[in-house]
Design a protein around this ligand. Structure first.
Ligand SMILES: [Zn+2]
Ligand SMILES: [Zn+2]
Length: 398
């Protein structure tokens, strides 16, 4: 921490040549600290300006509008700066660390965004811990810690927020000039990680002297994936090696210690239950310093033969009214194995990805009656029933 705002590092660009490598590195770090302190001072000034309602005196409707007309900020920059300045009130310890240049505006934005769903009391309780964490970590690793912290201290808010993000998924494919297609979208973390890892697995196989750009390789990889799926037909997908989402979960005395995660995204308990219904497991042994020392053999929750039997019996998603074929389905434990449910045909049904999600994450209670009828009680009290599809010739020939 600097004792005074040391602006001398801004001078003498011409003198840089006289600095040795160490001194030049120190100069870069000093400039970074200075930039953070300037950003913190600016945010504090904007907060004071905002609190006074000073924009009104300039004929501006809001502080953001004033920043746009008087400080050359774009609409987005202005909004972002006002939001940052307002978050200072909620995070006193964080604000102090920001003012001394120990954490960046990016750290504070991450903390504010990830905790907007939390009460003021919960945020106040986490201020000191998250500030100490932000001091030690870059903003990327800090974001992962914040998400895990939120999942732990406010599980129901975290669950609601996770569902809101799931609802925000979309994809659009539209034709633009000369038949080019524009693909845009936003995916929930799990689907996004699945596609990302599938595309990345094809990139790694490419030779280094590939003349294509990385962007072009990604576009080709996505097309390759779809082409393989279409060429083999959907029924091949169930037996194909699926790209996998790796769930990291620590176990303590046989129980999964929360929160498990996909990449650095913390999973809700419901999402973990869903993923573990039909998963491939490997035991990863860590030593006391959390360094991996041994990777066990892969075992399946549902053995391949049993899964095939259930696929033949059910033919596709058993959620009443759904027509998704078996290739797009996962095996669901009606009574989860964590609660003593057996992994046998009487306790397994196929569900498509979406309906597997609503059963676990949206509390659609599914039961399998002795005559094979599936009954679903929706949260609004509606009961849906679905009879077994019955074997078809096509299915028996699979
Ligand atoms: Zn399930
Ligand atoms: Zn379905």
């Amino acid at each position: 921490m600097c004792d005074a705002l040391d602006a001398s590092v801004l001078d003498g660009a011409a003198a840089l040549a006289s600095l040795d490598d160490v001194a030049l590195g120190e100069r870069i770090v000093a400039l970074d600290v200075l930039a953070r302190r300037v950003a913190a001072a600016q945010a504090a000034a904007v907060r004071a300006f905002d609190r006074r309602g000073a924009a009104d005196a300039f004929g501006c409707a809001s502080t953001a509008a004033w920043l746009r007309s008087h400080a050359g900020a774009s609409e987005r920059e202005a909004r972002s700066l006002v939001a940052l300045s307002r978050s200072l009130d909620r995070w006193p310890a964080f604000a102090a660390a920001f003012a001394e240049g120990a954490v960046s505006a990016a750290h504070l934005r991450i903390a504010s965004a990830a905790t907007r769903i939390l009460s003021d009391e919960t945020v106040a309780a986490g201020d000191a811990f998250l500030t100490a964490t932000a001091r030690a970590l870059d903003s990327g690793r800090f974001a992962a810690v914040v998400r895990h912290w939120v999942a732990r201290v406010a599980p129901s808010e975290f669950e609601r927020d996770t569902e809101r993000r799931y609802d925000a998924r979309w994809l659009s494919i539209s034709e633009t000039f000369a038949g080019m297609r524009s693909i845009q979208g936003m995916l929930d973390p799990e689907s996004g990680a699945l596609i990302e890892s599938a595309v990345a697995s094809l990139l790694a196989a490419n030779p280094v002297d590939d003349a294509r750009t990385r962007d072009q390789q990604r576009a080709d990889a996505l097309t390759d994936l779809v082409q393989v799926a279409v060429a083999r037909g959907p029924s091949s997908l169930s037996d194909a090696v699926r790209p996998e989402v790796v769930v990291h979960a620590a176990t303590v005395a046989g129980d999964v210690a929360p929160p498990p995660s996909v990449g650095d995204q913390a999973l809700t308990p419901a999402a973990f239950d869903r993923l573990s219904c039909d998963a491939q497991w490997r035991r990863l042994l860590l030593d006391a310093a959390a360094v991996p020392v041994e990777l066990g053999r892969a075992t399946r929750t549902v053995p391949a033969g049993l899964r095939k039997f259930v696929a033949l019996r059910d033919g596709g998603c058993r959620y009443p009214g759904c027509a998704r074929g078996q290739s797009f389905c996962e095996a669901h434990h009606v009574v989860h194995w964590r609660h003593g449910g057996r992994t046998d045909a009487d306790n397994l049904v196929l569900l498509c990805r979406y309906h597997h999600h609503v059963v676990h994450e949206r509390a659609h209670a599914l039961t399998l009656l002795p005559d094979g009828v599936v009954e679903v009680a929706k949260p609004d009290g509606h009961i849906l029933t679905g009879r077994p599809r019955g074997p078809t010739r096509e299915r028996l020939e699979v």
